[in-house]
Design a protein. Structure first.
Length: 348
């Protein structure tokens, strides 16, 4: 399946970066002007159905929805080039959540299977405005399971995405085709699964050079995505390419028990997930390896000791990225009212 026309349209827009930036500034500053269009009325209705379907599926599988934190002493440090936002919390520096990943682990221990629908802030680098995939402010569904493996998490992710797309197709299929020209096809299952090594070989053969020691570059994700007509997984990333909380396989040093799911048609990353590192001494080692001070994670390390062994697995899925894929949009800034992207200020 080739790259979707909307992804190709974005690629053409960003060739002239200055012109694209001026267009995007206008788009963001006056979002109420385009939000009233029939196209975006449908996008926002579809997004509401996506959230309803996500909850409906997880609730049917015994998951419990839990309130997510907004601020805390620490947040996810493994956010791929983005910076964390901080506030003064009564004289102490607290972080605004870039992901509530550290918090959902103990709630999984409490309730077994849980999920958040949580707002996140990531101060993305300025060049992220050209990817079509990055917002500074976005929502994520984050779930976690106690005593689960990353293969079980992948199985759940496959079932979840398949359910949501079918739900939206049943409810909005005719409108999507009439208003957006978007047809949603039934996925081929099971989804293909590539080790990170296999994925790197795949994209390198297509001319998108990627280091075997690093995550797939955004451009390489898009290239690989364009060669699939259903979502697919990339798993077993190398140690050092992800956050300290992704568990290293004790039988395969240097290999993390984690994964990404990618959408087809050039839309790129959909989901990131993993088993979690739970040995307290390993956590300290991995935190230091990432250039962080373990003292900052005092509550988290204390929790890991008291609830040992805190063995969980889970994943997060961006709501705006899922909306973009289902609606066939150019970029995630079309999938959110009052969007905010890196470096552009002045809008609502």
């Amino acid at each position: 399946m080739p790259i979707h026309p909307s992804v190709t349209e974005l690629e053409k827009l960003v060739i002239d970066k200055e012109s694209y930036k001026r267009m995007l500034e206008e788009w963001l500053k006056y979002s109420w002007r385009w939000a009233v269009n029939e196209k975006y009325k449908l996008v926002f209705k579809v997004q509401a159905s996506i959230l309803r379907a996500l909850r409906e599926f997880l609730d049917s599988k015994g998951f419990v929805e839990v309130l997510s934190p907004i601020i805390g002493p620490v947040t996810d440090p493994g956010i791929r080039g983005a910076k964390q936002a901080s506030i003064d919390f009564y004289g102490a520096e607290y972080k605004v959540m870039s992901s509530a990943i550290l918090y959902k682990q103990y709630m999984a221990r409490v309730l077994g299977k849980i999920y958040f629908v949580s707002p996140n802030i990531r101060l993305e680098p300025p060049d992220s405005i050209f990817t079509g995939r990055h917002l500074v402010e976005f929502y994520q569904l984050d779930l976690e399971m106690y005593k689960a493996t990353y293969h079980e998490a992948m199985d759940l992710a496959e079932d979840l995405i398949t359910y949501v797309v079918k739900y939206v197709r049943d409810v909005h299929g005719k409108e999507l085709e009439a208003v957006l020209g978007r047809q949603l096809y039934e996925f081929k299952r099971p989804f293909k699964r590539y080790s990170h090594k296999e994925a790197v070989e795949f994209v390198n053969k297509l001319g998108c050079e990627n280091s075997p020691r690093e995550e797939l570059r955004w451009e390489c994700e898009k290239v690989m995505s364009a060669h699939h007509d259903s979502p697919f997984f990339v798993y077993d990333y190398p140690r050092g390419s992800r956050g300290f909380y992704d568990r290293e396989d004790p039988e395969r040093p240097g290999v993390l028990r984690d994964f990404d799911m990618l959408y087809p048609e050039g839309f790129g990353e959909a989901i990131s997930g993993a088993e979690r590192e739970f040995e307290p001494e390993r956590l300290v080692e991995r935190i230091r390896e990432g250039g962080e001070d373990p003292a900052k994670y005092q509550w988290f390390l204390q929790m890991a000791k008291e609830l040992y062994p805190l063995q969980t697995a889970g994943f997060g899925i961006g709501v705006e990225r899922l909306t973009r894929y289902i609606c066939g949009l150019r970029a995630v800034w079309e999938a959110r009212p009052y969007p905010k992207v890196a470096g552009i200020i002045g809008g609502p």
